[in-house]
Write a protein of this length. Structure first.
Length: 317
């Protein structure tokens, strides 16, 4: 039994998969297995992976047809034998000390699931943000988070999870959820009672790129997928027994819908398309409040830009 099973689904990631595998090979914790499941790639992804199969810790499985990320991740889970599960996407990479630090942290904190901070990296290599959740601040020190906090902050990241907890509760990815099945998987683990902690060290590199699942979904389609995750989590018996969980899940979903549709709402306002703006506001009533909150900042930025322009012309004179 290896210490860590790394779960990595692949699909048409020929330009990126080598960097992902190399970052695993560079880990200071060497007791791992890397389980790659290819979802019927049409490029050279499998050929790149095959170059690394001389290492017995690396295993490759191939779907005969494209089945989606949920099915593919489940197939990796079925073949995992490690004490801990680590999720690493095939177009991302990890720092050399990541597995060792997170496993040590999880064991010291007696946690069932832990995350570090994600470094979101643009295609040009620019660092966009460092985060672990959508709405929560990065902690200044390692700490536990309650289930309610994790829901409220919309916890994300790429966790390391105690394998025995997942097996004990029979938790799997939901194949019908195509986009946000990882969020539903992680939240189900927490709703079923896992102890959760965050290590505020940025050791995971999350690549933002064209062609990824996230980038190819329209706003409306992404909302539909998020709603599937919401309904699945609300259907869990543990959630049904706790009205607070249901309220928090609903509140976070509507907040994400508002933020997703706000750019569309703002564009309609700027173009004076009042009917279209009103239609968006009916779908996401919070956009009006978000718009009103943004006015002071917009005024300040305009005045700041004006003052800089005046100073520029004065200096030119």
């Amino acid at each position: 039994m290896p210490k860590v099973s790394i779960i990595t689904p692949t699909y048409n990631v020929e330009p990126y998969i080598a960097q992902c595998i190399e970052s695993v090979l560079a880990q200071t914790l060497e007791d791992w297995e890397l389980i790659l499941v290819d979802d019927a790639s049409t490029d050279g992804t499998v050929a790149v992976i095959e170059r690394y199969l001389d290492d017995p810790r690396i295993r490759l499985f191939c779907n005969e047809q494209n089945m989606g990320a949920g099915y593919t991740r489940n197939r990796a889970l079925e073949n995992a034998t490690g004490e801990w599960l680590a999720m690493v996407d095939s177009d991302d990479w990890i720092a050399p000390q990541r597995l060792e630090r997170l496993v040590q942290f999880a064991e010291e904190f007696h946690a069932d699931m832990v995350v570090d901070l994600l470094q979101e990296v643009a295609p040009n290599g620019k660092l966009l943000q460092v985060f672990w959740s959508t709405f929560g601040k990065n902690p200044s020190r390692p700490r536990y988070y309650t289930l309610y906090e994790a829901i409220r902050y919309h916890a994300g990241g790429q966790p390391v999870i105690r394998h025995a907890f997942v097996q004990q509760h029979g938790i799997r990815f939901v194949p019908q959820i195509r986009k946000s099945q990882d969020y539903a998987f992680y939240m189900e683990i927490l709703i079923k009672g896992a102890r959760f902690a965050v290590l505020p060290e940025p050791m995971y590199y999350y690549r933002v790129r064209p062609g990824s699942i996230t980038s190819t979904y329209s706003r409306r389609k992404a909302i539909e997928q998020n709603r599937l995750s919401l309904e699945y989590l609300k259907s869990l018996p543990e959630a049904q027994r706790d009205p607070r969980i249901l309220r928090l899940l609903e509140a976070v979903f509507h907040r994400k819908v508002m933020l997703s549709l706000y750019p569309e709402f703002a564009d309609h306002l700027k173009a004076r398309r009042w009917r279209e703006a009103f239609a968006v506001s009916r779908e996401a009533p919070g956009v009006w409040w978000h718009f009103l909150k943004s006015i002071p900042g917009a005024i300040y930025r305009r005045w700041f830009a004006r003052d800089r322009l005046v100073c520029y012309y004065k200096s030119a004179e």
